[in-house]
Write a protein of this length. Structure first.
Length: 166
């Protein structure tokens, strides 16, 4: 801004957004001083660079406000985990599915983990249906983002809210 602009020629935009044309940076600085404002380079990569005659303090304040507003509006998606075991009862699965439904409606992703302990590791293929049934019970609101996968002593899948639903 101001004296830090070293370019020979710049395209100048006035205080009301009107094009003042291409002129030397010295003439542009003179115009900015006459208006008691700052000359700020807004597009340095353009040929010639674009400068604007504005109040720099007000410009920075507006930019900061816009950034804070954008940050406030964005929502982080959390990954909630629900743990199951191979010998889980039918009603327990329904309860866990109800909790998963709440998380999905809030917009979070849900990771369903089936934990194997001891001799349960010998029966992994027979227990995969638990994860499949769990995902099927939520298929009206969720889609499978990552299919069931065995990782060490646990098998897990990730469900996300169906993007076609509002």
């Amino acid at each position: 801004m101001n004296e830090q602009i070293r370019d020979r020629e710049v395209r100048v935009i006035g205080t009301n957004g009107e094009q003042l044309g291409i002129m030397s940076s010295r003439d542009a600085m003179r115009l900015a001083r006459e208006a008691e404002l700052d000359l700020v380079k807004v597009s340095p990569m353009a040929k010639p660079p674009v400068c604007k005659i504005i109040d720099y303090g007000k410009f920075r304040y507006e930019q900061d406000r816009k950034e804070k507003e954008a940050k406030r509006k964005q929502r982080t998606v959390e990954l909630k985990e629900i743990r199951l075991s191979p010998n889980i009862d039918e009603n327990d699965v329904k309860t866990k599915a109800a909790n998963a439904r709440k998380f999905l409606e809030k917009g979070d992703k849900v990771k369903i983990t089936l934990r194997f302990r001891g001799r349960e590791m010998a029966h992994i293929p027979q227990t995969r249906h638990i994860l499949d049934d769990f995902a099927a019970s939520l298929n009206d609101i969720a889609v499978v983002e990552k299919p069931p996968k065995l990782e060490g002593r646990s098998m897990s899948l990730v469900l996300a809210k169906n993007p076609n639903l509002k």
